[in-house]
Write a protein that binds this ligand. Structure first.
Ligand SMILES: Nc1ncnc2c1ncn2[C@@H]1O[C@H](COP(=O)(O)OP(=O)(O)OP(=O)(O)O)[C@@H](O)[C@H]1O
Ligand SMILES: [Mg+2]
Length: 366
């Protein structure tokens, strides 16, 4: 179903994106590291999963967002890895042969347990084993997909942060039967996690292919809505479709959310769109509250940008006025950059803007 609120796995449930899936699959075949970039709810996970399922080669899929609620700990990461390996083993049983006998790995049926206390059991070691499995696998490689890879940056190992860039650079040079796909936001992944523009980064100078997912155009967004409603046997007036588009722009996750809610209520009216928007704003609030818990200054910055204050100095002045005291330049810069990293704020030609119209709407009320 087109409006299904979960990420899609099958192309038949996906609207458009043929080009992007083709590009992603070709890149996985040819290049060791591919980045799938895009803002929140633009369809990264769906495009990734459809491509992985169509490739037929074995893959390991890790949704790092799971770690957000678990303090980015090593224990949580190993639990996630155990689950990912178990799920890969249940489809590609021969992988077991490459895990049995490894210290710290226990296999019960299809269930793989990794012991995080075993010092020799590192991510690098597991990738080495996967690489050997890749050699004999159909296609000659295994895909390792990190969904929301910027979260890897927050992982803390036994002796502090894990340098994921190092691990990837090692794999790039030494593990020819692995292909990596990393999804995330442009700034978060490219600049902060992998630091591809930084000569001291372990990955600097290595070729990394980028596939970008953009918002749908207005035409495509309307077509998506029409198709989704048709699927549910509902005819919806043009004014309603326009109204939904106005609320959410071409962000497919929101379009699907609005469509799904309206099918549930069977009430395709302008009032219903407004009601769904209220519900969506509550979701936005929950997501932003997590950010505001880190610092309440984020709320002031978002409020300023939502009121069309789009320059660095304008934002600084506004936040200082609301706070009633001056802030250091570096502090303001760091706060704005974090919002950009989270894909909440975008920088376009030197001006700041809020990427998602619903976040902008909510921010005006802060
Ligand atoms: N091309 C598409 N056709 C139909 N539905 C889609 C498409 N792309 C995404 N969706 C739907 O939009 C929602 C968000 O998609 P998805 O989770 O894949 O995006 P994402 O970019 O990974 O989002 P997030 O930033 O939350 O991780 C889901 O309900 C999904 O089913
Ligand atoms: Mg996702």
């Amino acid at each position: 179903m087109l409006f299904d609120p979960k990420p899609k796995n099958q192309r038949s449930d996906l609207f458009d994106r043929e080009e992007e899936i083709k590009e992603l699959k070709e890149s996985i075949l040819k290049v060791p590291i591919t980045l799938l970039l895009g803002i929140r709810r633009v369809g990264k996970t769906s495009v990734l999963r459809v491509a992985l399922n169509e490739l037929k080669t074995p893959y390991l899929y890790l949704d790092l967002r799971v770690l957000e609620g678990e303090g980015y700990s090593k224990v949580a990461f190993y639990r996630l890895l155990s689950e990912a390996f178990s799920s890969t083993v249940s489809r590609w049983g021969r992988l077991i042969n490459y895990l049995r006998g490894v210290r710290g790995v226990e296999v019960h049926g299809f269930r793989v347990e990794l012991d995080w206390r075993e010092e020799s059991l590192t991510l690098t070691r597991m990738l080495n084993n996967l690489n050997r499995f890749g050699e004999e696998a159909e296609g000659g490689f295994v895909v390792v997909a990190f969904d929301e890879a910027q979260i890897l940056r927050y992982l803390s190992g036994g002796k502090g942060r894990v340098d994921f860039g190092n691990i990837l650079a090692y794999a790039y040079d030494n593990l020819p039967n692995l292909r990596f796909v990393l999804t995330g936001s442009e700034v978060g992944l490219l600049l902060n996690t992998l630091r591809l523009d930084d000569a001291s980064s372990p990955l600097y100078g290595r070729y990394v292919k980028i596939v970008k997912l953009e918002r749908f155009s207005k035409e495509k967004s309307i077509e998506f809505l029409v198709r989704g409603f048709e699927e549910a046997g509902m005819r919806v007036g043009d004014d309603i479709l326009q109204k939904i588009y106005e609320k959410v722009d071409g962000v497919v996750g929101w379009l699907a959310y609005f469509g799904f809610s309206m099918i549930e209520s069977r009430n395709p009216t302008v009032e219903a769109v407004n009601e769904v928007a209220e519900k969506a704003l509550k979701l936005v609030k929950e997501e932003l509250d997590k950010v505001f818990r880190r610092s309440r200054y984020y709320a002031y910055i978002l409020k300023a940008i939502s009121l069309d204050i789009s320059t660095w100095s304008g934002i600084k002045r506004a936040v200082e006025a609301w706070l009633g005291r001056p802030l250091q330049n570096a502090q303001i810069t760091r706060l704005i950059e974090t919002l950009v990293e989270l894909s909440i704020v975008e920088k376009r030609n030197g001006y700041y803007a809020i990427s998602d119209p619903l976040i902008a709407e909510y921010s005006r009320t802060l």
